[in-house]
Ligand binder design. Structure first.
Ligand code: 9MJ
Length: 790
């Protein structure tokens, strides 16, 4: 009989297991969210969490509010309670230029009656919602908004759902009562994903990450908050009892980090105000590359003793200042809307604005994106609108503030260039094997090269520097060539003679000859440049290169079904559909054929090993988009059956399958597979996909044979640990799949069994650990070489 513990009827072994799981989960949560350096895979983390959930469900008495399982949200509230802050939450004074910043520094020197340098902690000013978190004996007992600085709202239930907020402090040495202050914000990626979902569901969009974060915190139902991608960065402390804190602000931040908080990694200490200014400029330069919005830099006198001496003035500390960046959003008046025809015929509404200084430049044009956006904004002429300009991105109208009596903006019915009737693009957004058709917002002119604007835009792209790079054919000349009927498609450029050009504005004998020479010199062209030049929607230089490297020749790209195109690196379902549709269009095919006649496109005719290795039966099944069948289920199916088996499989055979985690596959998946393969059209389509793979030498069975011949599968038996970020891949999961496709394994933690540590951006932290274990560290490029050595 096992011994009983503090709780009735709970074996002490279980109690210990629960305590261990919580501790481990807390540790790995911290590694993931605060340090961004996970030691285990998501799957391992999920398994531990699942185990803890099971135990807590079995023994509900053991559940505590600080258990990692309690981040999912609690019962909805009817209203938020008011919180009176023990210490007022202050705001910050602002500086808008160097002069104001220097004046701030001087005021400090004067007040302290000192001369010389003041040390400043330099922090990014996150654009989110200020919050206060109260910990008693290390346990989170209250979360509150700033409110008016004196009274805030109790949002404890909501803050508990945020993974980067410790429910229990880590380590030791923290005061008995500790109030931590910081900013809750929504990273840009999470914000974009959230708006993407809202767009798909036809819901109202959030204007910016700050509003989205504020909205998420205002929810009375914390389950909604839990579903929003929020983070919290700690940047100061408030009320403290029973404990000592470091003498410097930077020391406090370091302590907060050891106690489990996310602190901003860009924070630095400047020895004086000049260094602080340099920090401001450095961060300003990379502001748009940061994964979250900031609106300035906060400088805080680093010595806490000096902070105390300086004190406060009205509602702001004398020892801190926010040096703001130029606003990226401003309001102005919508004067007019111009509907422009793009290269692919899509009509883009361009807002003509009363000029406004925003994001560091004067803006008078901004995109209104598309008809959906116009409808969603309900925008009218003469409206007061919000314009956003972040970095070098095209300015856009993001919101309407007030209507001022103007007419509604409506899309034209006819092409503004050629008067052709406009169409709404009904795109099969999902692949052929996915049945539902969704409407895409784009409204377009289907006249193709018959439409002068489309033709000139397509030609301008074709001759541009990153494309065919033909010198001397500027837009004005292209327009003339189109207007006189000399050029009706890109291939016609190569038929031009000197005499044709001499008659045009801007050409003399010599310049005409130079232009013809420039044209002729571009006839020999790489496949990737050629693909890029075609102007396929969504296909930029990177994708063109991938298509070229991995498929070898244009013939292999034309007609390749969208599901199989997604085996090309970084080609997702959206892009694959664009490519497939482009080559399905007879006008486009003619353009390509004509070009191939006049150009010398350098092609290898070899399908790359990356493409050949990408298809596995499991990921092929996933691509079929069968309801209920995601990666784990597909793997379980692929392990037991061949593709052919699935054509005749019984529900009995399917329902006995278990995933690697030992979970039975869902009824939905079983029914999904049965229904899918009962459909004759689906079967024929799957067979044609499989045949295509065989013809390309990329079928999983062929790859297996090759592996036996030791030609492919170069990572067989090797164990990799991945650290840092890899911008080339959408996620680490993608890099993991690449390694696994080559027969390698990916582990979450370094050990003597690790073959290589793959280091990405900012991932140098593990290098020493690897060295100690005698594990070689390699870059992504080196990993690729390892793969290509086959
Ligand atoms: C933000 N928003 O990132 C402060 N803040 O300090 C930072 N805000 C602040 N510090 C005292 N980094 C009052 C507000």
């Amino acid at each position: 009989m096992s011994t009983l513990s503090l709780f009735d009827n709970i074996p002490s072994g279980v109690e210990q297991e629960i305590a261990d799981l919580r501790k481990q989960l807390q540790h790995h949560n911290y590694r993931y969210y605060a340090l961004d350096d996970p030691q285990i895979t998501d799957a391992e983390y999920d398994r531990m969490m699942q185990r803890l959930r099971e135990l807590e469900a079995q023994y509900p008495d053991t559940v505590t509010p600080d258990s990692p399982t309690q981040r999912v949200g609690a019962a909805p509230l009817s209203a938020f309670q008011t919180v009176i802050h023990e210490m007022p939450m202050l705001s910050l004074d602002n500086a808008f230029d160097d002069e104001e910043l220097l004046a701030f520094n001087q005021r400090i020197l004067d007040r302290l009656k000192i001369s010389g340098d003041i040390e400043y902690a330099c922090e990014l000013k996150l654009d989110g919602i200020a919050v206060s978190l109260l910990y008693r004996d290390g346990v989170l007992v209250r979360g509150a908004t700033r409110g008016d600085g004196t009274n805030g709202e109790d949002i404890t239930q909501n803050v508990r759902t945020i993974n980067s907020i410790p429910l229990r402090l880590m380590g030791n040495g923290f005061p008995t009562v500790l109030e931590v202050r910081g900013e809750i914000y929504m990273p840009k990626a999470g914000f974009n994903a959230l708006n993407e979902k809202a767009r798909a569901a036809n819901e109202k969009l959030f204007v910016n990450p700050r509003n989205a974060a504020a909205g998420a915190l205002r929810q009375l139902d914390s389950k909604i908050t839990a579903s929003r991608p929020l983070e919290m960065c700690a940047y100061s402390i408030g009320w403290v009892e029973g404990g000592q804190l470091p003498d410097t602000h930077s020391g406090v931040l370091a302590s907060l980090k050891t106690w489990g908080f996310l602190t901003n990694r860009e924070t630095e200490v400047a020895n004086n105000i000049q260094q602080a200014m340099k920090f401001y400029r450095r961060i300003g330069d990379k502001r748009d590359q940061l994964p979250y919005d900031i609106d300035g830099i906060v400088f805080k006198v680093n010595s806490r003793k000096l902070q105390e001496d300086l004190g406060f003035i009205s509602r702001a500390p004398r020892w801190a200042i926010a040096y703001k960046f130029p606003a990226q959003e401003e309001s102005t008046i919508l004067l007019d809307v111009e509907f422009q025809v793009g290269r692919t015929g899509v009509i883009t509404p361009v807002a003509k604005l009363k000029p406004i200084f925003v994001g560091g430049v004067t803006v008078s044009n901004a995109t209104l994106h598309n008809n959906d956006q116009i409808l969603k904004l309900g925008i009218c002429y003469n409206d007061t609108v919000v314009v956003k300009r972040a970095g070098d991105v095209i300015p856009k109208v993001v919101a309407v503030l007030t209507h001022n009596g103007g007419d509604k903006v409506v899309y034209p019915k006819e092409c503004p260039c050629c008067n052709n009737e406009l169409k709404k693009e009904i795109k099969i957004k999902r692949l052929k094997t996915k049945s539902n058709v969704v409407e895409n917002a784009a409204i377009y002119c289907s006249a193709g090269f018959e439409c002068r604007d489309q033709l000139t835009q397509a030609l301008a792209h074709f001759v541009s520097r990153d494309a065919m790079n033909i010198d001397g054919l500027g837009e004005k000349i292209l327009v003339q060539l189109v207007d006189v009927g000399l050029v009706k498609s890109p291939a016609d450029i190569y038929e031009l003679k000197k005499e044709h050009l001499i008659g045009l504005d801007g050409f003399a004998e010599k310049s005409a000859q130079n232009c013809i020479d420039a044209i002729n010199s571009t006839k020999k062209v790489s496949l990737s440049k050629f693909i890029y030049s075609l102007g396929i929607p969504e296909v930029g230089q990177e994708t063109a290169k991938r298509l070229s490297d991995e498929l070898g020749c244009i013939e292999n790209i034309i007609g390749l079904k969208p599901e199989l195109l997604t085996y090309v690196t970084d080609v997702g379902s959206e892009v694959s559909m664009q490519i497939y549709e482009f080559f399905s269009n007879s006008d486009n095919r003619k353009m390509v054929d004509d070009l191939l006649k006049v150009l010398d496109v350098q092609q290898s005719n070899v399908i790359g090993s990356k493409f050949k290795l990408a298809p596995t039966l499991a990921n092929f099944i996933v691509k079929l988009s069968i309801p209920g069948v995601a990666a784990e289920t597909a793997k379980a199916i692929a392990k037991k059956f061949s593709l052919n088996d699935l054509f005749f499989i019984s529900s009995f055979e399917l329902s006995s399958l278990k995933t690697a985690k030992g979970v039975k596959i869902s009824t939905r998946a079983v029914l999904g597979v049965l229904e899918f393969f009962e459909d004759l059209e689906n079967r024929e389509y799957v067979e044609s996909l499989e045949n295509d793979l065989k013809l390309m030498g990329a079928h999983w069975d062929q790859v297996r044979i090759d592996e036996e011949n030791r030609e492919i599968g170069s990572l067989e038996g090797k164990v990799f640990v991945i650290t840092g970020s890899f911008p080339e891949f959408k996620s680490r999961g993608e890099l993991k799949s690449l390694i696994e496709a080559q027969g390698g394994k990916v582990s979450g933690s370094l050990s003597g069994a690790t073959s290589y540590l793959v280091i990405g951006d900012g991932g140098g932290g593990k290098r020493n650990d690897a060295e100690k274990l005698g594990v070689p560290s390699i870059t992504l490029e080196e990993l690729k070489k390892l793969i290509d050595r086959i």
